[in-house]
Design a protein around this ligand. Structure first.
Ligand SMILES: *Cc1c(COP(=O)(O)O)cnc(C)c1O
Length: 395
């Protein structure tokens, strides 16, 4: 037990900070030394989040978005819970199958698939595919004949902290012809999907998006497509400092809003990524240097041993603002620019809105970066600039 660090983490903290008495990943970090940045994820916490979301989602089946954290032990835990999986590639499908997932519980949700990956998925028994274009439907019809397809729609999602932009989905105006095309190709036009945008902090932010999609759903039914599936995607938030609703209540509010607009949908599906795994993990990192650029510099520069390229890619745009815990918390603080270790000028985490850190912070100090279980380890480079990729320990 590293007494200094453990004692520090036990200090009085605002409620957002992971408590080492109740949080397994925080306790592990406090009790151990690390020679490189390390993400520690608790399967028990993933299970708790799964149960809470699942209770709130009711009839809607969870398909975990594998990209958020593809650790095999996490996948296996979710297989045991009865989760389904949203996969984006052959690699993710193989990962889920290897961990015991049934092909019937896997959806191939990327709208941009390699033809050979479609054929692979079809060959192993995956029958549910996403598409947002004619060419993709034709690819699916050729390599997975007779498959069920759902059409991904573009929605306005400016209320999310990490919007997914316009890369995925088709405009509403294209939907009728895509559904017809799917049917004409011998596919089953099975449903619709959308994504409200990642880190949608409030359930009420879903309403404008649901208002966009519901009329399209009803119009498609009237046009003769007996749609079965409404895939509401991800967007379930994690705590990064701004208040969010508890997962069960949030999910229940979303489902109530869905049912108010769509009525009794035969097959409801949700694809949480961040909301399932983010709060289950924290990163143990280290301060490499604290400096000022001039004698009268108002800001200190704090350089960590982890940065934009070694796991903290979501600091891009400074939208996701991780909470940091240090052994000096409680003492006086001052504004800092926070940066990573690599020799790339883009490797700055927070500069536009500096972050307040203790004045006593110095090189060699442990920093715990909280609620990092999603979109960190999978984003880490293979070793840019010789800095090791983010290590992962699953508890
Ligand atoms: C990334 C992704 C998700 C997960 O989104 P979160 O905001 O992390 O919940 C869900 N569905 C699809 C299709 C995705 O690409």
């Amino acid at each position: 037990m590293n007494a200094i660090v453990a004692g520090a983490f036990r200090a009085e903290k605002p409620s957002f900070v992971a408590n080492i008495n109740t949080d397994p990943a925080a306790a592990y970090i406090a009790a151990n030394d690390f020679d490189r940045p390390t993400l520690v994820v608790s399967r028990a916490k993933v299970t708790t989040q799964y149960d809470a979301l699942s209770a709130g989602l009711g009839r809607a089946h969870i398909h975990y978005a594998v990209k958020a954290n593809p650790e095999p032990q996490i996948i296996r835990t979710l297989v045991r819970k009865g989760s389904g999986f949203d996969c984006a590639s052959r690699g993710e499908i193989e990962l889920c199958l290897d961990q015991g997932a049934q092909p019937a519980h896997i959806s191939f949700g990327n709208t941009i698939k390699r033809a050979s990956d479609v054929a692979f998925a079809h060959g192993v028994g995956v029958t549910l595919f996403a598409a947002d274009s004619e060419a993709e439907l034709e690819k699916i019809a050729k390599h997975a004949p007779g498959a069920r397809v759902y059409i991904r729609l573009i929605v306005e999602n400016s209320l999310a902290d990490w919007p997914l932009s316009r890369k995925f989905g088709c405009a509403a105006s294209l939907l009728p012809s895509l559904l017809d095309h799917a049917r004409d190709l011998g596919l089953v036009a099975y449903g619709l999907s959308f994504h409200v945008g990642s880190q949608t902090r409030k359930a009420e932010f879903w309403n404008p998006v649901l208002d966009q999609v519901a009329p399209l759903w009803h119009a498609a039914q009237e046009a003769g497509h007996a749609l079965q599936l409404l895939n509401i995607g991800g967007g379930f938030p994690a705590f990064y400092g701004q208040s969010i609703e508890a997962p069960r209540r949030y999910a229940a509010s979303v489902i109530a809003a869905v049912e108010a607009r769509f009525g009794a949908v035969p097959h409801l599906m949700a694809e949480p990524g961040r909301g399932l795994v983010a709060e289950a993990g924290h990163i143990a990192a280290e301060v490499m240097l604290v400096s000022r650029k001039s004698a009268d510099d108002l800001h200190r520069w704090v350089y960590l041993d982890i940065g934009r390229f070694s796991g903290l890619a979501e600091t891009e745009g400074e939208a996701i603002r991780y909470q940091l815990v240090t052994r000096h918390d409680g003492g006086d603080t001052g504004p800092c620019v926070l940066a990573g270790p690599s020799c790339d000028s883009a490797d700055i985490l927070y500069e536009k809105r500096p972050i307040n850190l203790p004045l006593a912070l110095q090189d060699g100090d442990r920093v715990m970066i909280c609620n990092c279980g999603a979109y960190t380890s999978a984003y880490s480079s293979v070793g840019f600039n010789g800095f090791p990729p983010l290590d992962v320990i699953v508890l």
